[in-house]
Design a protein around this ligand. Structure first.
Ligand SMILES: CC(C)(COP(=O)(O)OP(=O)(O)OC[C@H]1O[C@@H](n2cnc3c(N)ncnc32)[C@H](O)[C@@H]1OP(=O)(O)O)[C@@H](O)C(=O)NCCC(=O)NCCS
Length: 211
């Protein structure tokens, strides 16, 4: 199976606020970082991916038990996971994963959007969150395992054409974000505050449903 290498260079101003206008905006209220206790919601989202999306997400077919184990290790891996929440369920996610014990110059990113929610700009917007978080942690190289047949990921890259440089032909995609600046740090902190409030509301709603 052939794969693709994507090398992308982001403009320092690239951030969700700076996304091209054709990308549908996602309210900060519907996207937030997951809490360490929300591994089960992440697992349920990954299990809901259709067969093809699951294969694209993990670059090969994986079993349910693999996904259960993978999501249970979310906290151990120290990953940052953004969830796109609809009625308390995660319908799309984006992960930023360290490649060693601490955040270094390299990290890995992965995206998943459930079929019914694809092609609505969610993946593109999550890409913006991941780039900003990576930049704020001093990550210089961001790897994405991306199958060559993954036309949607390539379309997302094209939407950032002014800020991206792509190379095709190998296994790993590579993004080179710029360093953090005051505004990117502030924007992530502001989103986190909103995300905290949304997480509390989501938790209350789950408790009410369970009662
Ligand atoms: C890849 C993925 C994350 C993209 O998320 P998404 O929310 O569907 O993406 P967006 O809506 O932001 O953008 C998709 C783009 O692909 C385009 N597209 C859709 N089908 C396409 C096709 N067959 N060929 C080319 N472009 C296509 C859409 O038109 C859209 O571009 P536009 O906004 O310029 O019109 C999502 O489809 C997914 O989870 N796929 C399965 C898992 C996966 O592939 N993960 C990535 C590996 S890390």
């Amino acid at each position: 199976m052939s794969n693709t290498t994507s090398r992308a260079v982001f403009d320092p101003d690239d951030a969700p606020d700076a996304l091209p206008p054709e990308i549908h905006p996602i309210s900060a209220a519907s996207v937030r970082k997951l809490w360490p206790t929300e591994g089960d919601l992440f697992r349920d989202h990954l299990l809901r991916l259709d067969r093809d999306s699951r294969r694209m997400r993990f670059a090969h077919g994986v079993s349910d038990s693999f996904i259960e184990d993978y999501s249970a290790r979310m906290n151990d891996m120290g990953s940052i996971v953004f969830g796109y929440f609809v009625d308390g369920e995660i319908r799309a996610a984006a992960e930023l994963r360290k490649l060693s014990d601490n955040w270094g110059v390299e990290a890995e990113a992965a995206f998943s959007v459930e079929r019914a929610y694809q092609d609505q700009g969610i993946g593109s917007a999550l890409m913006g969150r991941i780039i900003r978080s990576a930049r704020n942690r001093g990550v210089k190289l961001l790897f994405m395992s991306c199958l060559a047949e993954n036309a949607k990921m390539q379309a997302i890259a094209k939407k950032h054409e002014a800020d991206l440089r792509f190379e095709y032909g190998e296994v790993i995609g590579e993004i080179i974000p710029s360093g953090p600046d005051y505004f990117s740090l502030l924007a992530e902190a502001a989103d986190d505050r909103v995300g905290y409030m949304m997480a509390v509301l989501d938790l209350s709603s789950r408790l009410v449903k369970a009662a």
